[in-house]
Design a protein around this ligand. Sequence first.
Ligand code: SF4
Length: 97
Amino acid sequence: MTAIGTRSVGVSFLHFDDQPACAGADPGMFFDEDSAEAAQVADLLYCQRCPVRARCEAWAMAQPPYSLHGIWAGQSHPQRLAAHGHQTRRNGHPVTA
Ligand code: SF4
């Protein structure tokens, strides 16, 4: 288990001496998961200058689509679902029926 800021999840893409740009950031900024705008802000403030962005994105996209919430590598949960080919409603929630 590795912590980014106060986000403590099984982040296996981080190496021991990595310094992710979001370390110490307000974790609330990364868990407005339905908001493309929140993802854009997080992307601009942190992810675009993050030295581990490519690994973060690859890791996030490798997780089962419905298991990982929050913004990772500048993408919200609905954006990842869409990238996986899942339909989402206008409000960002998955279409289930
Ligand atoms: S790409 Fe963004 S979410 Fe991922 S480690 Fe870097 S700053 Fe954090």
